[in-house]
Structure formats: C-alpha cells, structure tokens
Design a protein around this ligand. Structure first.
Ligand SMILES: *Cc1c(COP(=O)(O)O)cnc(C)c1O
Length: 390
C-alpha cells in the first residue's frame, strides 16, 4: 500500500502558490454539489459579485475561468485576437514574454516593446508602437519575475487615444494592491486564485469591459480555443445556464471564501497590510545589505525580488530555508536566474510573524555563508517599522 497524502507543512513565501487561509481549506472540504445545482448557481452569482468588488468594476462579464492564471491570460488573448490582428505586448520580464507566446499562437501579429528587467514602462516607451494602430496592448501590472510594479493610468489613456484595447495581467496584484478596472479603463484583465487571494491554484478571475465586449461581438472567426470561448462561457455564467464544461465546484467554494475573507477585511485594509509587511521586510533586508532588483519607487508590495549577495550560494540558501525552516521562497527566472531570490508576501502569507521568521532564518543562513552583517539587525529594522519607529 502506498501512503496517504501527508504533505510537509511549509510556509509559502515564494512567487505563488502562497499561504492558503484555513477557512478556504475548510470550504473546499464541503460536499460537492452538481454544477447546475441551485445552491451552486447562487454561489456563482455571489462569487461574481465579490469578484466585481475586488476588481472594482461594474463589468457584467466578470467570472472565474477554470484553470490557473495562464488560462486567464490565454482566455483574454484568444477572445480579443483574431488571426492577423496586431497586438503590442510590453515585455520587461517572464510574464510579458509568455503573453507574446500566447498571442502569437492565437495568430496575432505581435510587436514586442521591451524594457530591461526590473524596470517599468513610461508612456513615452509605447508611443512608436502605438502609431501602427494595434488592436490590443498587453501589459503586466505586477511582474512576478522582477518585483516591478507597472503604473497603468497614463498608459491606459495613451492606449485608448490610439484606439486600442488595454489587456492587463493582474495575477500578482489582485487583492494585494489597488486594481481599478473601471477607474483605469482596463478593457480586459485576468488574475489567479493562488497569489493574493489566499486560495490554491485552479481558478483565474477575468473581467471584460464594454469596449472589449464590442470587439468580441465584431469577431468574424470562431475563438481559437473551444474551452476558453467567452461566448459559450457567458451562457453558463449568465441567465441561460447552458452546460459548457463541468465547473470545478470545490475550487469555487475556495475562491468564494477567499473573496469573502477579503471583503470582511476590506480591500483598503488588505492593501495597507501588504504595504506594511513589505516595508518591514524591505527595511530588514536593507539592514543586512540586501538590495532589490527593482527601483524603490516601482517595488511591488506583494513580491520582493532581491539580489543574492555576492559570494552567497543561491541554491544552498533556498534549500536550507526549505529543509531546515520549512520556508519556500522562489529562485530567479530568465535574466535573473541565480541572481535573485523572490520572496512573496501575498494574501494570507502577508503577516508580521512570517516576515520576522523569514528574516531570522535568513540571517542564520547568511551567517553560515560568511555574508557580513550585524546579527539581529534585520529583525530590529523590521520591528522598528511595525512599531512605527521607522
Ligand atoms: C503566476 C503568474 C502567471 C501565471 O499564473 P499560473 O497560475 O502559474 O498559470 C501569470 N502572470 C503573472 C504576473 C504571474 O505572477
């Protein structure tokens, strides 16, 4: 007999999945009902309403795609793009690169606009690419590979002046920092359940605004993906309740509960909590000589991408964090492979006790690696932030 599932208890401080709230796990263990059961249909409606709240939108077409964040990306792209359409994609890390790949597979003629990793786009960087009048401009709000926060308001204006639709990746921002779908006039947006929403991976919240819906209505060709075709998904999420695919019932319980937790806390309070824990971590890391990959004014509160100090063994530290302290952090990807650590403070994981435990474990390991710093300095600096002394 093989053993039953008994995973080790980890503290998930990587780029996702992040810590699951116990109430979310409990919700998932509730009995499965049918995907057309009246109870489930009404839960879907309530969840949609909660999703509109966290996206800060009135968009009718707001739902959760069955799949992870990448399915949300693919859903947005394949519905907006017909073969031959032109799309501009802003690339300053892994996820912009992924969007290029998805768009090309959907038949888009893609123009990549690039910025160095860790940097963000200013409106001026897009001016030339917009002259070609693309149909869609895709951009990542929270680039999880670099820890950089992309401001969207001005870019949104520029994109709309050029007559294009704005597609935003909010996988690592939704729930942890302000995402104003209506306020910033975002036309299509996607996220994931396992980053700042304190749920396991498996659902991708998406929302489509009026301009995007008009574009869908003007399509001349079928959406390339049967599974992600919004016109069919809409018939299940809307009044008709036409069977399309079997919804992941228990994942919906999870997302509903994760969103309910956010609603209970209040979005502004959640943003403030994420900001405070990020500031405490940043102060702690600065006190022991660890720098961020992104400039101070563009750092994400949800994901801290920091440089591995010279002479320190990247993989050893991550391995010891996991095996000795049970803490998972992320390695660098792409251009940042071997050069950065990615420390996520997302959703339920964004708490003072996690920041202090991580700093204390990191100090121990950095000491063993002969990195020079004043012992205890990171804890003192983080505590100073928490007690309002810094
Ligand atoms: C995690 C992530 C994704 C992909 O989500 P998956 O759930 O891994 O499919 C896309 N974009 C960003 C910015 C992410 O952080």
């Amino acid at each position: 007999m093989l053993p039953p599932v008994a995973p080790p208890i980890r503290l998930l401080l990587g780029p996702g999945p992040s810590e699951i709230h116990p109430r979310v796990l409990a919700a998932m263990a509730e009995p499965t009902v049918g995907h057309l059961d009246p109870y489930y249909l009404s839960l879907m409606n309530d969840m949609q309403q909660l999703l509109r709240g966290v996206f800060r939108t009135e968009n009718k077409m707001t739902l959760a795609v069955s799949g992870t964040g990448s399915a949300g990306m693919e859903c947005c792209v394949v519905n907006l793009i017909e073969p031959g359409d032109s799309m501009v994609v802003c690339v300053n890390g892994v996820f912009g690169g992924r969007m290029v790949d998805v768009a090309e597979r959907a038949g888009a003629k893609v123009t990549r606009v690039e910025r160095p990793w860790g940097e963000v786009f200013e409106p001026a960087h897009l001016k030339d690419a917009l002259k070609a009048k693309p149909k869609v401009v895709g951009i990542v709000m929270a680039e999880t590979s670099t820890g950089a926060h992309q401001p969207l308001e001005e870019i949104s204006k520029l994109v709309h002046d050029a007559g294009a639709l704005l597609l935003v990746d909010a996988v690592t921002s939704l729930g942890g920092m302000p995402v104003e779908v209506d306020g910033w006039q975002i036309d299509a947006i996607y996220s994931g359940s396992q980053k700042c929403l304190s749920c396991p991976p498996g659902l991708a919240p998406v929302s489509f605004g009026p301009r995007a819906m008009e574009a869908l209505g003007r399509r001349k060709t079928k959406v390339q993906s049967w599974y992600l075709d919004l016109s069919m998904l809409a018939k299940y999420w809307g009044e008709e309740r036409v069977y399309h695919h079997t919804a992941p019932i228990n994942m919906t319980y999870a997302l509903y509960e994760g969103l309910r937790l956010l609603d209970e806390e209040g979005l502004e309070k959640s943003f403030a909590r994420h900001a405070l824990n990020h500031q405490a971590l940043a102060a702690g890391l600065a006190a022991i000589g660890i720098d961020y990959a992104a400039a101070a004014e563009h750092r994400l509160p949800t994901l801290n991408a920091v440089r591995v100090p010279a002479g320190v063994d990247d993989a050893w530290v991550r391995r010891e964090l996991l095996t000795r302290f049970g803490i998972e952090i992320g390695a660098g990807l792409g251009d940042f492979k071997g050069k950065v650590w990615r420390v996520g403070l997302m959703g339920h994981a964004s708490r003072a006790k996690n920041v202090l435990l991580f700093l204390s474990a990191l100090e121990q390991l950095l000491g063993e690696q002969k990195h020079r710093f004043q012992a205890g300095a990171s804890i003192a600096a983080a505590n100073a932030v928490y007690s309002g002394r810094a």
